[in-house]
Design a protein around this ligand. Structure first.
Ligand SMILES: CC(C)(COP(=O)(O)OP(=O)(O)OC[C@H]1O[C@@H](n2cnc3c(N)ncnc32)[C@H](O)[C@@H]1OP(=O)(O)O)[C@@H](O)C(=O)NCCC(=O)NCCS
Length: 267
């Protein structure tokens, strides 16, 4: 068994390990282009039995995927993969990842120096009779990406610049730019992928606007919410969504950014 850099042909082989649903392979292919040095696999006699994918954006390191095939777990492969992925962050000041409640993963993350912040998830069908009229939020275009970068820098200290084109192909950009503050959200019919704003009032407008765009009658969710995001929890409850435990936001040299809904794949 050896840990080696991921190659394009490994993406399909690694997909069943990640169990991350639709879009995983496309995201992995994108990150293999932007961050080849952050993409690692565990290779057992030619079979891909583990994967770890990390990205660097400015001075922020993010873990995007991490999994080992069940019949190969508990033998140190995860620790070796995580070492390789963390090594890619050398020189980064801060680190961020979202995790499910997997005790093996949490053990490794804490041992790698991450602080574990429990998260909540809002889910369910949006009660459309609860939707308020929201002023000041509009659909965004590529011309708004400087605003997105500036909000990201302020809220989380790093942009998502090299992911914009990829993310805009898979979700709709919403923008709010007022005298009092600004922010953005990437929304899909299934909920919010990511949201950041310079104040809570702007964040709440964006979240309402994003919830209004979910498919009527279908379930939607907003994930990775630490207790710092009560502005989001209040909106979600008012919209008729239910609140459950989710997993963890694991951070290094960073307080939970707020108001912020991190994406699972890009931080
Ligand atoms: C997280 C994961 C990648 C770790 O891979 P792995 O190869 O099992 O990792 P390792 O063998 O290096 O380490 C696992 C650690 O968990 C411990 N462990 C094993 N089973 C455990 C359990 N049920 N509860 C708590 N700890 C456990 C092991 O003893 C080991 O710790 P140690 O090094 O101190 O002995 C793997 O478990 C996995 O794919 N999980 C499912 C996907 C997932 O949750 N990914 C995380 C991102 S959301």
């Amino acid at each position: 068994m050896r840990i080696r850099p991921m190659r394009p042909e490994d993406v399909e082989a690694a997909r069943p390990l990640a169990a991350a649903g639709d879009g995983w392979a496309e995201r992995a292919g994108h990150l293999l282009t932007t961050d080849p040095g952050g993409c690692w696999v565990a290779d057992d006699a030619g079979a891909v039995v583990g994967v770890a994918i990390a990205l660097r954006r400015d001075l922020l390191w993010v873990l995007s995927s991490f999994a080992v095939r069940p019949d190969h777990q508990d033998g140190g492969i995860g620790a070796a993969l995580l070492d390789a992925a963390v090594g890619y962050g050398a020189g980064c000041l801060r680190g961020l990842l979202t995790s499910g409640p997997d005790p093996q993963a949490l053990r490794l993350y804490r041992r790698a120096g991450f602080t574990l912040h429990p998260t909540m998830r809002l889910s369910g069908v949006v009660d459309r009779s609860a939707l308020p009229t929201v002023d000041g939020v509009r659909g965004g275009t590529a011309a708004d990406l400087d605003l997105v970068d500036s909000v990201d820098r302020r809220v989380r200290g790093a942009t998502h610049r090299s992911d914009h084109a990829f993310v805009m192909r898979h979700s709709a950009l919403l923008v709010c730019d007022l005298l009092t503050g600004s922010g953005y959200a990437f929304a899909t019919e299934r909920g919010v992928q990511r949201l950041a704003a310079t104040n809570r009032a702007v964040a709440q407008r964006l979240l309402w606007a994003a919830l209004a765009r979910t498919a009527p009658g279908s379930s939607a969710d907003v994930r990775n919410l630490t207790s710092d995001q009560e502005w989001a929890i209040d909106v979600g409850l008012a919209a008729g969504l239910r609140l459950d435990q989710d997993g963890y936001l694991a951070l290094r040299q960073l307080r939970p950014p707020a108001p912020y809904v991190p994406s699972s794949g890009f931080g």
